[in-house]
Design a protein. Sequence first.
Length: 308
Amino acid sequence: KNGTLYITISISFFIYMISFVIFENLNVKVYNILIIIYATLILLFTINIFNTYFTEIFISSQYLVPGKNSKGPMIVFSILFGIFLILNLKSRILKIFFSFSIVFEFLVLNLIRNRSSLVALYLVIFILILKSLKLKRISSILILTIVILSILLFAIFASDLVTSIIAWLIEVFVKNFNIHDLSNLSSGRLDFYARALSTFEKNPIIGTLGVQNYYVDNAFLLVLANYGLIGAIFYIPFILFVLYTIIINLRRNSIKDLRFYVSLVWLTALSISLFEGLAPFGPGTTYIIAWILLPLIISKNREKRMRI
């Protein structure tokens, strides 16, 4: 996987640079149309996943969906954009459409058991609720979150609600694991983390240079193991800069502003990078929408209104 890491990183930054140039003269409505198209396509993609792998709602003891770690982040992005659209669209029909799409996508995200994406989603939902409470009023986003989760949970757990909720959450995260320790719970990730650090200690300056095709499910450790401190010199400042940008935009922008949701998308990507090696650069086109929209939160042009 890491043999093409530098190619994936290069392509990601190329997409960002193109988007940055375009953003300076692009009508905001184009971004809104892009968000609607993306959310709709991912919904269709999610429906296809459900029809292909699930004939009923259940938590399988096996991972049924190949590439779930690349599918999960896109579903989370679609959920976030769906919330943005619900808060901004004037059409009541479209509001209802995206409300049900959020419920369905959240359900499928649980069924495919992409745990890293679920953890990231819970984090950003928590931030959304905090942002709502900070406004000192029960905002529409808080009400929306409560209603959506309530409908979903009621539909799944019509009887013995509390017991079923607990059992569901446990099954999503630990089913088919014989839990003996934290490493076992993390699918052996902690052991791989230790090996990555050991590899870095042997070659701290340049790492293995990708020669050994060393892969670990943590983006930072992947860079350290393969490219050493030389790679970290470029990686760490970028991550810190994006994280700083995220914090600034989450504080400054309204929960109806697209910048707020792009910031949450990037927070999701960075959170997942703690559990996946290629995030936020890959695999494939998983994070392409994040790179296309990155200029929206980095640009200093704050005069543009990022709402529909």
